[in-house]
Ligand binder design. Structure first.
Ligand SMILES: Cc1cc2nc3c(=O)[nH]c(=O)nc-3n(C[C@H](O)[C@H](O)[C@H](O)COP(=O)(O)OP(=O)(O)OC[C@H]3O[C@@H](n4cnc5c(N)ncnc54)[C@H](O)[C@@H]3O)c2cc1C
Ligand code: FES
Length: 352
């Protein structure tokens, strides 16, 4: 083993990994096909918290925001930020009901590109026919950039329809990946643009934000492109005839950002057990006449002040997820029944 590599034993999964001293432990685990609990991968959400039984770690970017001093004192670490400085033994969380899927690295060809909103692109990916991607509704994949960086995007298509993998990519100004999908990127770096037929490399499926079978009522909360994993879950439920009451809340700035509202309204017409509330945070006067105004999590809590009987699935900007995590327990929602994916930006992408 090279001097810059260490052995990491992960319990209760009973896995032993070799991890480079510069590589986040979580990244090494995912690359080895071990889908440990995580969400943001940026040290904010705390989902990847684990107990360090033995060994030394370091945090090259400083102690992450997602861990408290008490948790550190109790021997906890955040695997998405921790680098092994010696051999380690780590006790990771085990989440019942999520199951394992095989994480694969695959080539993927862009088979469809359609603007859904001025700053959201629907991307359809075709994978090799001999290597179908088996995933759970709600999971995401990483697009591997040529320089080794990676970008996470949720899968919007459902597991039963995996011929083409659908993504909803929001354009981020200066974004290493998303800008390449939108026309003017070509002006900045023509050789870099992505178009129909372009070949990507992806790794997936990843993530523990997955739909759980059940018959109790569920609330779903999307912020912007956080609609993508919920679309996968909703299509899974509706197209497989799962008998369940679901109320979808979708928050966006303006009506144009509710980029598939017509489709959702059609679902509501066809499926009496599905309800839908759109909430606009920056509504114009005209928009306010037809839509709820405010923050989507406030609308949810106003309508459902007692969440004790619900499961809540939430995906979208970190601020929305944080608000739900902070207020949910005061409304009777046990932490174990809030499932979320926090759409943090890639840890290597600079500005925090
Ligand atoms: C589990 C998971 C699932 C995700 N799913 C989706 C999805 O389905 N659709 C989607 O559009 N996004 C999703 N995201 C967010 C997406 O991965 C990031 O926004 C990503 O960084 C965009 O890559 P990029 O190369 O275009 O921009 P980058 O090169 O990463 O960023 C360029 C600049 O913009 C800043 N930046 C990037 N993203 C944001 C942001 N969201 N808000 C504010 N500043 C930002 C960066 O700090 C940097 O300065 C997900 C994130 C996670 C962790
Ligand atoms: S803090 Fe590590 S995944 Fe969010």
């Amino acid at each position: 083993m090279s001097q810059d590599e260490h052995t990491v034993r992960i319990e209760p999964q009973r896995r032993i990994l070799r991890v480079a001293a510069t590589q986040p432990v979580l990244e090494a685990a995912l690359a080895a096909g071990l889908n440990l609990p995580h969400s943001c991968k940026s040290g904010h959400c705390g989902s990847c918290r684990a107990r360090l039984r033995s060994g030394q770690i370091s945090y090259p970017n400083g102690v992450p925001l997602g861990i408290t001093a008490e948790e550190q004192a109790a021997g906890h670490i955040l695997l998405c930020q921790a680098r092994a400085q010696s051999d380690l033994e780590v006790e990771a969380r085990f989440i019942a009901g999520v199951g394992e899927v095989e994480i694969k690295t695959l080539p993927a060809r862009i088979a469809g590109l359609a603007p859904l909103a001025p700053d959201v692109m629907q991307v359809l990916l075709r994978l090799p026919t001999v290597e179908p991607l088996r995933f759970r509704a709600g999971q995401y994949l990483d697009v591997l950039l040529p320089d080794g960086r990676r970008r996470s995007f949720s899968i919007a298509s459902p597991p039963h329809d995996n011929e083409l993998i659908e993504l909803h990519v929001r354009r981020v100004a200066g974004g290493g990946f998303s800008e390449r999908l939108f026309g003017p990127a070509a002006a900045a770096a023509p050789a870099d643009g992505l178009s129909l037929g372009s070949l990507l490399r992806i790794e997936g499926p990843v993530g523990q934000f997955v739909y759980r079978d059940g018959t109790g009522a569920a609330l779903m909360v999307a912020g912007g492109t956080g609609f993508a994993p919920l679309k996968s879950m909703l299509r899974h439920v509706l197209e497989n005839g799962v008998p369940r009451d679901i109320h979808l809340y979708w928050g966006a700035r303006h009506t144009q950002d509710l980029y598939e509202e017509a489709r959702v309204l059609e679902w509501v017409r066809q499926h009496p057990r599905l309800r839908f509330t759109a909430v606009l945070s920056e509504a114009t006067v005209a928009e306010a006449a037809h839509h709820r105004v405010g923050f989507v999590h406030d609308a949810l809590l106003a309508d459902y002040p007692d969440l004790s009987a619900f499961e809540v699935y939430a995906a979208g900007p970190p601020a929305m997820i944080e608000a739900l995590r902070a207020t949910g327990p005061r409304h009777g929602l046990p932490a174990g029944r809030l499932y979320f994916d926090s759409f943090d930006y890639a840890p290597d992408s600079g500005r925090r």
